[in-house]
Ligand binder design. Sequence first.
Ligand code: HEM
Length: 423
Amino acid sequence: MLATMPRDGRLESTLAMLADPYRYISSQCRRLGTEAFEARIMLQPTICFSGAQAAAVFYDTDRFRRATAAPEPVRATLFGKVTVQNLDADAHRVRKAMFVDVLNAAAVQSLVQHTSREWHAALSGGTAQPLYELTHCVLTRAVCRWAGVPLSREEAPRRQGQLVALFDDAARNVASHFRARTARGQAERWLAGVIDNVRAGRYTPPADSVLAAVARHRDADGQAMPSHVAAAELLNVLRPVVAVSVYIVFVAHALAMHPACTRRLADGDRRFKLAFVQEIRRHYPFFPAVVARATRDFEWNGLRIERGRRALLDLYGTNHDPRTWDMPERFDPARFLDRALGPFDLVPQGGADVRTHHRCPGEDVTTALMSLFTDHLLRSEVIPGDTELDWRRLPALPRGRILVKARAGIRQAGLADLGMGAA
Ligand code: HEM
């Protein structure tokens, strides 16, 4: 006997979701006593899922696909219309392998080294600077140099603005959304030109660079990607590396809010540092949800899901689900010290297997950069402003700017301290 799908009774729930984007799905699930309910979101009936068990069905590629799932405003800004996020089956697997391959362990180490050098250059001078904006600058320069994308000193601020707009402006308000659309057009044209130059032999990036890999990649049909597609995929690496700036702000926030953690980190406890980084990814908000579409009619947990129905998986709520996490609202890195993680427990960057599913291929890059900045911020003076989080902002950030400056008499972590040889 099938139960009726629980519903959020509103005619249209988009405004309710925008009023509390990270907690809307889990609070409705709690209210309705369910792991899945239906709501009208962006004018479409949508099944909202929360929790690790629901994540397992959401990532079942026999039941959900990605093509045509994401709303046009998301594809036009955040991730592009022709990118890996929109592919399924073989087309997805072959394109995804390119990302997994270029983001290998040696490449992650190399990006960390580039970033550390840029940080040293940017922090010198002794004045307090806003951490979020400073890391945009550091990460833009580092990621372009590392990826083999040419970027002159004059061009850097403009390109940095475009990369930041894609994740910081996409969903904040109507005016900023249109800035993000414009930025995507400009950034894709810039990088399509770079890809054309590589393919025509006018510019030769290092053979093992991301740019070279994207330019020569062949899709499942054996064809090279058209330059505008290759450009959008290159952006799929540049943009999220700069977006790690959001997590770097949360590293600084957590250091300021949890002095006991800061003391343990300052003592050089490396295992605790990894746990600290994982807890930041679990505890703090970033992407509220991911989206898919049902491939066929099926039943799940006694509920009927119709073919073609759009579905949202609640990432923030799954990371705070009391069935998976003890006292989920508490910031407690120690919970990661002795814990084996299931594929759907910790999902700030998606779940399931990275090669065969849409899970983010940048998790190692993200945790490595967060670890690097944990070291750097421990050696800097961090001046927090209003520490309350703005939960309506997408992505959420503390209400007050966090400032950072070099601490007098304290040497910044050099590459030797990070186990990477001389700077
Ligand atoms: C800043 C921190 C990051 C967060 C919060 C994040 C989050 C996510 C999420 C939620 C997804 C979608 C998962 C899904 O649809 O199931 C995703 C996909 C993706 N991410 Fe990340 N990500 C981050 C960093 C990175 C980095 C550093 C890179 C590359 C260097 C990257 C590249 C990608 C790509 C290419 C996809 C699409 C994967 C696919 O569709 O198969 N991300 N990320």
